[in-house]
Ligand binder design. Sequence first.
Ligand code: SAH
Ligand code: SF4
Length: 352
Amino acid sequence: MTSTTAPETTRSPWDLSRDELAELLSDHPRYRVDQVWNGLYGRGLTPDQITELPAALRAELSEQLVPSLTLDTEQRSSDDTTVKQLWTVEGGSIETVLMHYPKRSTACVSSQAGCAMGCGFCATGQIGYDRNLSVGEILEQIVRARAAAEPRRLSNIVFMGMGEPFANYDRLMIVIDRLLNDFEIGARKITVSTVGLVPQMLRFAEAGLQVGLAVSLHAANDELRTELVPINKRHPIDDLVAAAQLFRERTGRRVSYEWAMIDGVNDRDSDAAELAKVAKRSFAHVNLIPLNPTPGWPTTGTPPKRIRAFASQLEDAGVNVTVRANRGTDIDAACGQLRANQEATPVEIRRR
Ligand code: SAH
Ligand code: SF4
């Protein structure tokens, strides 16, 4: 009988837990585990770059642990405050965006290649779902963004790149654990943005972390929201509100509702009135973002003047509101606008 050994699938160095690394290094002195771990997380080095390791061990590790991202292109905005990195991963491509502000530098990270949620206005939604990213693929984006940020310090992480982070929940939670413990990024400097997967929102609330939670609301009545965000059919607004309330109860933190301002679709006085009610029931903060034009969506963003009027109406109703600027639109890098240069299928939306 012949026995065939299936080739071990290669893993990224950042896929391994500390225990798995210890297992891999079980024939070596204990302190090697610390050396490798510090190299990977403290200094963002690949195993072959950890020069304090013996050459043979470096070679051995490099064979088994292969980084999973290959840089395809890096674009910088004209003012150099936004950097978009397009990565080739197995079977596809993903993007990371680094944004510098006066007091912080934020990486906007992808959690999936593509997205299955089908929000028509979203560039990632237009390309459809490819697959969940591995822990290593997500962490490598952060390692590489941290290097690209130098000499500035990468201070904040937002899961607002390609994909729905809560559809990759278990890996997301491992990534967050590494961010807190190995990258030493504080929970309050991390934000997860979800389309509103209620079961995962409830689990996340129960986890009780101080990590921020943003919910992509975009409409405050079920009819319009189902049109814009199809998953609303399964998880309607009342369920979102209940999850937001639980999050508040368990963490003491408010969720923030994201609202992409779409001209003539969700930016009228009646929309603001509906939103104010939902936001107040949810104890939520509201972020207004002008819609970024995408190739597959016919409607444009709300003009700035109308956004200001909408914001004032919310404020007058007692809602805490921020108008978020779009970053890096000149390089298509605005967070939530990531499409990795793939083709989109145009969709149609009925204007109310
Ligand atoms: N899937 C998650 C996280 C990624 S999208 C989510 O939907 O929340 C990050 C944010 O960008 C979401 O609030 C999303 O609704 C928003 N977004 C998507 N397409 C956009 C566009 N064309 N203009 C402005 N915001 C957009
Ligand atoms: Fe997916 Fe978020 Fe885009 Fe919707 S907005 S398609 S959930 S990435």
